[in-house]
Each structure stands twice: as structure tokens, then as C-alpha cells.
Design a protein around this ligand. Structure first.
Ligand SMILES: Cc1cc2nc3c(=O)[nH]c(=O)nc-3n(C[C@H](O)[C@H](O)[C@H](O)COP(=O)(O)O)c2cc1C
Length: 231
């Protein structure tokens, strides 16, 4: 079967972890968000709220969260302060998810030359999240706390629409749950109200194609492993 342009946009999306400094015009971002907002949502609730950070707002958030991430390393007790507001990951990891998670982690670390037990380099690689991987645009996504779990399903469709629409304009993204632990810093910084919960962040920009980290292409399990055909 040949690839359609939609297939191409979907399959060319990947999590890019090194960006060029080239900025993204506001009209283009507005266009992408408008297209993405065609995502379906239960009873058309459209539970998304987006904050676009560029320039000073981006840089000062990066500074603050990098400092907090460093401080947390120096004083592990701070982990009790910087907690996630919802379980993005399971509390207890089991197979096959833990195996895929490990494969993903070591694949990425191997590519950027991080060996087992190299805590400094691991911290530095993790810290790259809090620089939006050098992307000039950082997006933050919140949801009204009153909404149910189903709205997070809707949110996923919206996020994927942004990432795929971005591809149609030569842009790349990296969705980032890494920010969630620092919502105590992020939410006041973006001016979110007390009724808003941080869903995740996202880096947006043009991929640095010369960066080895962007050569990381993740595998997928074959269709027959996750599909049951019923007659
Ligand atoms: C909601 C969400 C949050 C994610 N958070 C992070 C993150 O904080 N940092 C990161 O480097 N990658 C993050 N990822 C990217 C995943 O690691 C990536 O999607 C997965 O390994 C598959 O690779 P691909 O996106 O390149 O296809 C996240 C992905 C999703 C969907």
C-alpha cells in the first residue's frame, strides 16, 4: 500500500530532542493550533488550554526549572515538593511496558554516549528537557481540574493533531511530561489559575538534523501483536 500524505505526516513525526534557534512565526503557530483544535472531544468539550512561551517568558522558565532540577539532585528531599499532579506513568511497572521503557531509555542514552551508572550525564540529558531541547518555542497545556479522565483522552487527540500539523509545515516537536513534576513553578509562571492542572509541555521548532540524538528512531510492536480480529 502506498503512503498517503497523511500517513507521511504521521510517520515522519518523531520526538526531536535538539532544535535549531530558528523562530516560528506567530501566524504559523496560530494556524497549527486552529487546525489542531478540530480534534474530536466528548460532547465537544474541547478541554484544552494552551500557553505559548517564547523569548523572555521561555528563557526565565527554563532558568527557574533548570535550577530547581539541579537543587532536587543536590537535595533529594525536594522530590516531595516537586510532585506530579496526575499519574502519567503507572505506580508499579510491569512487563511488557517496563521492557519497552528500558529499551527506549538505553537506546537514547546509548546514542548520546551515556553509559550505565553515569549519573552526571543522565542528569544533564534529563535537564535538556527543561531547556525545551533548545527549541525557541515551548508550549504548556493545562486542563480544568473539574474534568474527568475522558478529557485526557480528548487531549491526546489534540496534542497529536498539533504534532502532525507541525510536520505539514516542516516543524518538529517533542511532547514533554518531564515538566509535570515542576507544575508548582510552571503554573504561576504562565499565569494559570488555581483551577488548572498541567497536562504536559511540548517543544516546538525546527529539528537540528546534525544532532546525533535526532537519529533516535523508536521501534513499534507489529500490528498482529496488539490487534485481535474477530469475525
Ligand atoms: C505525553 C508524552 C509525554 C512525553 N514526555 C517526554 C519527556 O518529558 N521527555 C522526552 O524526552 N520525551 C517524552 N516523550 C516522548 C516519548 O519518549 C516518545 O514519544 C516515545 O519514545 C516514542 O518515540 P517517538 O515520539 O520518537 O516516536 C513523551 C511522549 C508523550 C506522548
Amino acid at each position: 500500500m502506498t503512503m498517503s500524505v497523511v500517513d507521511e505526516a504521521i510517520t515522519s513525526r518523531m520526538s526531536v530532542r535538539a532544535f535549531t534557534p530558528q523562530g516560528v512565526p506567530r501566524e504559523l503557530m496560530e494556524h497549527i493550533l486552529q487546525v489542531a483544535s478540530r480534534a474530536p472531544s466528548g460532547t465537544n468539550c474541547q478541554p484544552w488550554k494552551v500557553y505559548v512561551l517564547q523569548g523572555r517568558s521561555r528563557d526565565t522558565l527554563v532558568e527557574q526549572v533548570c535550577a530547581a532540577h539541579d537543587a532536587m539532585r543536590a537535595d533529594p528531599a525536594l522530590a516531595a515538593v516537586y510532585t506530579e499532579e496526575y499519574d502519567y506513568y503507572p505506580q508499579k511497572w510491569v512487563s511488557p511496558y517496563i521492557d519497552r521503557r528500558r529499551e527506549n531509555g538505553w537506546g537514547l542514552y546509548g546514542l548520546v554516549g551515556i553509559g550505565k551508572g553515569d549519573k552526571d550525564k543522565m542528569h544533564a540529558q534529563h535537564q535538556r528537557n527543561y531547556c525545551f531541547f533548545d527549541a525557541p518555542v515551548g508550549l504548556m497545556f493545562t486542563i480544568d481540574r473539574v474534568m474527568g479522565r475522558g478529557s485526557l483522552v480528548d487531549y491526546g487527540a489534540f496534542l497529536q493533531n498539533i504534532m502532525v500539523a507541525a510536520r505539514g509545515h516542516g516543524l518538529h516537536t517533542c511532547p514533554q511530561a518531564a515538566w509535570n513534576g515542576f507544575s508548582k513553578i510552571v503554573l504561576p509562571h504562565i499565569g494559570a489559575g488555581p483551577d488548572e492542572m498541567l497536562v504536559c509541555g511540548m517543544a516546538l521548532g525546527y529539528a537540528d538534523t546534525s544532532a546525533p540524538v535526532n537519529g533516535f528512531h523508536t521501534p513499534r510492536v507489529p500490528v498482529q501483536d496488539f490487534t485481535t480480529w474477530l469475525d
